[in-house]
Write a protein that binds this ligand. Structure first.
Ligand code: GLC
Ligand code: MG
Length: 688
């Protein structure tokens, strides 16, 4: 495999990158070099080339036509029309000359790259030119998006180069064969702002993080001494926050939550590590203003002796602060209004601290994959306090969350990233032979606790599935497309031909390239009738026993809540909707999740839609599930399988009398069920 990366911005070189030398010499270069190093050290790529711009004025490193990085990787530089350094805002003027140089270079070379990988939208415009000229497809990583900036700062629309940037991003999304995002927030919300948004093309692959220094961190005398200066009872559990003192990090909201809750003050101390300072008045204006506000709040709620806010610390003290909190069975909090990724949460997780984090941005993914904390609405002070108290009051929960932090270290790892990355790139370049010749049967399975949940069973399922030539395979899940895709790929599940996601409100089918998916727009039209999303939201605001799930779980055709688990709450929801004359289906599962969908949407109706698309008869379909959100589907399909580890009383429901209850759990139960129905059909003399 020969991958050619294109990255035009900043001062890029193979070693000792001078981060911060220019504003564009930043995180995207680190990401690119880490990615490339992992690809080369794991032997996943035979050859890697990074193509960048040559410019004068910063020394000879940046005009060198070829720089060799290691045995696999080299950097090549092309001069463009303008000889000197250019900021990203001005690079659009160089696209023509850069693309021409790159195309000539590829044509002159003896080996041609299998694929291009464009970093940042300007590089995608170059990659699209190369594809037009030479037919080489490209992968795209955005790194940062203009529309996100525009949302925070609408006036940037008139900034130099901004219109060109948005146009380049639209083109990147339209033309790339695959788009790599770092979080669900990026894949599902940030990109959604573009006209050419195509969710089925995007994959969430979190970047690796270097968490080794945090794994076995221990508290230090420096930290213990520092805390003793503030805290009257320094042995108490600790609520720890580490963030720059700027308004968007919302440390003020955390002090409010603590200041207003006597039970929380009784349970724990609050430790806020907010940078180092000499004199607050000498700080940048927004940091100075924020620190003054924090001090004012500490005074207002009279939190002396309970809150620590060290004046300064060294980089190496940070792991010790996490450890100090962990040793006291503390909790790490990130209350930011929006957190793009959440590196501190990964660090805290690696040390073994449970998390309470903002439900806006990257933390969603971290807590979803690690299961090591609770998400909160950063604007809800009592919600923050409740979440913290819940963890402090349950030793079992603290232990479980603390132990689960391990998963962060394993998941947010470059080696894992490149294994998935290469799997995708390889399939794009050499599409795998489609296992399905002509589907004569269709198997649709739920994901959590049905397909996934037992590693050996899943492994056996993969082997079995590869032998089922005429069986089309799909999943039906409550998760969003990107959340589901990440779970399936992390667990090495055979790539499904069909993805029914968000409890049946969205359907995606595998594209011809065998990697990306196409959303079934027809299905959206079919279910849209009678759907009054904002009316549902309004009506349910008045129903007790419900809390909305995180913003990422709310989809165009799915509104999701946590319920208090009682039957009465579900009944109140149904009658509130009925009384308001709002048509919708209400789906309750695991005594916890409550989904509201358009009346025509469910996993069952979605499976039927897919069946018709394949032109199959009803008795050619198998479905498998384990819980409440599978009921519609199990009920609608004659050959339905309930795995042994079912919940929500599924095995005893009269409506599911026809289902086969497997004696095996998880994926083994699915195979058992399919064989059962096939044998039954054979015995009846039907074709199988
Ligand atoms: C998944 C979804 C959640 C939904 C639940 C039950 O966990 O993320 O939003 O409520 O499934 O369908
Ligand atoms: Mg399930």
């Amino acid at each position: 495999m020969f991958v050619l990366h294109v990255a035009l911005q900043g001062c890029l070189r193979g070693n000792n990158v001078e981060y911060g030398l220019t504003t564009d010499t930043g995180g995207h270069i680190r990401y690119l070099l880490d990615l490339v190093e992992a690809c080369s050290s794991t032997g996943q790529a035979e050859r890697i080339v990074i193509a960048t711009r040559a410019f004068e004025g910063f020394g000879k490193d940046y005009i060198k036509p070829v720089e060799s990085v290691d045995g696999t990787t080299s950097i090549i530089r092309f001069p463009t029309t303008h000889p000197g350094y250019l900021a990203k805002e001005d690079l659009h003027t160089e696209i023509d000359s850069f693309a021409a140089g790159l195309i000539a270079h590829i044509l002159a070379g003896s080996t041609r790259p299998d694929i291009l990988h464009a970093h940042y939208a300007d590089a995608a415009v170059v990659a699209a030119r190369v594809e037009d000229a030479l037919g080489i497809p490209f992968v795209f990583t955005g790194h940062s998006l203009g529309k996100v900036k525009q949302k925070a700062l609408p006036s940037c629309l008139s900034d130099r180069g901004f219109v060109e940037r948005i146009a380049a991003e639209e083109l990147a999304l339209a033309r790339a064969s695959l788009v790599i995002a770092s979080s669900r927030d990026e894949a599902e919300l940030q990109y959604k702002a573009y006209d050419t948004y195509d969710p089925g093309k995007i994959r969430v692959l979190p970047p690796g993080s270097d968490l080794k220094a945090f794994r076995g961190a221990a508290s230090s005398p420096v930290v213990e001494r520092e805390m003793a200066r503030f805290l009257v009872e320094p042995e108490k559990p600790v609520i720890l926050a580490i963030a720059r003192p700027v308004a968007k990090k919302n440390l003020a909201g955390l002090i409010e939550a603590y200041g207003k809750s006597k039970p929380l003050q009784a349970a724990a101390n609050l430790v806020i590590v907010a940078g180092s300072r000499d004199d607050i008045d000498a700080l940048e204006a927004d940091m100075a203003a924020n620190l003054r506000e924090l001090l004012r709040l500490i005074d207002r709620y009279d939190l002396y002796g309970k809150v620590a806010y060290p004046k300064s610390h060294r980089g190496e003290d940070i792991p010790a602060y996490y450890a100090y909190a962990r040793d006291r069975r503390g909790v790490f909090v990130n209350p930011a209004f929006n957190e793009p990724f959440g590196l501190t949460l990964l660090e805290a997780a690696a040390v073994g601290l449970p998390l309470v984090a903002t439900d806006s941005g990257g933390p969603n993914d971290i807590i979803e994959t690690c299961g090591n904390g609770l998400l909160v609405d950063p604007r809800d002070a009592s919600g923050i306090a409740d979440a913290l108290l819940q963890i402090f009051r349950s030793a079992e929960m603290w232990d479980r969350f603390s132990a689960s932090g391990d998963r962060a270290v394993k998941t947010y790892d470059w080696e894992r990233h490149v294994t998935r990355y290469h799997g995708l790139v390889r399939d794009l370049v050499r599409p795998p032979e489609m296992p399905v010749q002509r589907a004569i049967q269709l198997l649709i399975s739920d994901i959590d606790n049905t397909l996934v949940g037992s590693v050996p069973h899943l492994h056996a399922f993969g082997n079995w599935r590869r032998m089922q030539e005429n069986l089309a395979f799909g999943v039906a899940t409550g998760r969003s497309f990107h959340s589901a895709m990440a779970v399936l790929e992390q667990q090495d599940v055979p790539r499904p031909e069909v993805m029914i996601t968000s409890v049946g409100s969205e359907i995606y089918t595998l594209s011809e390239n065998g990697v990306s998916y196409e959303q079934d727009e027809g299905w959206l039209k079919a279910i849209a009738g009678n759907w009054q999303r904002s009316a549902v939201e309004r009506v349910l605001r008045g129903v007790s026993g419900l809390t909305p799930q995180a913003p990422l779980e709310q989809r165009d055709f799915k509104l999701s809540y946590f319920s208090d688990g009682t039957h009465a709450t579900v009944e109140r929801v149904r009658s509130a909707l009925q009384n308001a004359g709002v048509l919708a289906s209400v789906i309750h599962s695991h005594k916890r999740y409550l989904d509201i969908l358009p009346i025509r949407a469910s996993k069952g109706t979605a499976v039927d839609h897919v069946r018709r698309r394949y032109g199959l008869a009803e008795n050619a379909v198998f479905v498998a599930g384990d819980s409440g959100n599978d009921i519609e589907m199990l009920q609608a399909i004659p050959q339905s399988i309930i795995v042994a580890n079912y919940s929500d009383n599924l095995g005893k429901l009269p409506a599911l009398k026809h289902s086969y209850i497997a004696s095996n759990t998880h994926a083994a139960g699915i195979i058992e069920g399919v064989l059962h129905f096939r044998n039954k059909a054979k015995a009846a003399g039907l074709p199988v």
